[in-house]
Design a protein. Structure first.
Length: 263
């Protein structure tokens, strides 16, 4: 049975599953769809063509599905799609896409988006991502699975953040951050591998050691890499294959390191 506070406003046409909870003074627009088990707390505004999956929790004063902050947007029917089991904390804003992108801003599953975060138009987030307080994503940003963005990280438009990577507090990332790496600074530099996170995720030590070699060759070094050694590593470990392909397929270029980086 739905639990909808009498002060909440649901416009005609909104599709709300039977067990969704909607708190006081929240506003749900007509093109919104919310699946089962999701909780919308008080003072939340959900507008636009927004689809929210199962078992999400949206905290007070969030604004989901608002128009993109793009002066070329002309009210085209673009979308925001949110997956399952995400937590979106207070005062966060998530915008719909633009036709210049893929027309969709998409959020995967089991992400924690902490207070005052912003996800701009046409961003794509994978699964199990943590965005700490005040993280800001420009348009068209891609965040791969299991990434962690430290508080007040700033991610430039069109940047890709690789899986298992970590940005420290206040990082300003203006180029792609390779998978499994640590970034810090303004502008951010790659300072090594996210070894603590990789160990916590259960990554075997031999894979971490192999990634350290690849990091030295492709991120830290200014010289041409040992292609024979790289091929050997990528044939052994799928994580290495993704790491190398990410760097070599980067259109924007990757952030690099100072020579005294810790790896």
């Amino acid at each position: 049975m739905r639990k909808i506070h009498p002060t909440a406003i649901l416009e005609k046409g909104a599709e709300i599953s039977d067990d969704v909870e909607i708190g006081a003074y929240s506003i749900i627009s007509s093109s919104v769809s919310i699946d089962s088990g999701t909780k919308i707390l008080n003072h939340v505004t959900i507008s636009g063509r927004t689809t929210i999956g199962k078992k999400n929790i949206v905290h007070p004063f969030c604004a989901l599905g608002g128009p993109p902050q793009d002066i070329t947007y002309k009210n085209e029917p673009t979308e925001l799609i949110i997956g399952n089991e995400n937590i979106i904390r207070e005062n966060s804003t998530l915008n719909i896409g633009t036709i210049k992108g893929n027309s969709i801003t998409s959020i995967g599953n089991k992400n924690l988006i902490m207070a005052y975060s912003h996800i701009a138009h046409d961003c794509k987030l994978g699964d199990n991502i943590l965005m700490a307080n005040g993280t800001q994503l420009g348009g068209h940003v891609l965040i791969e699975n299991n990434a962690t963005l430290g508080g007040f990280s700033l991610i430039h438009q069109f940047v890709t953040i690789g899986c298992g990577s970590f940005t420290s507090m206040g990082s300003a990332v203006n180029k792609d951050l390779p998978p499994y790496c640590l970034a810090s600074g303004n502008y951010a530099r790659a300072i090594g591998l996210n070894k603590v996170g990789l160990r916590r995720s259960g990554m075997p030590s031999e894979v971490i050691n192999a990634l350290s070699k690849a990091f030295r060759m492709l991120v830290q070094s200014r010289h041409e890499p040992d292609e024979k050694e790289l091929k050997k590593l990528t044939n052994q470990f799928e994580e290495l294959d993704h790491f190398v392909k990410f760097i070599r397929n980067s259109r924007r270029g990757i952030i690099r390191t100072h020579l005294k980086a810790r790896i």
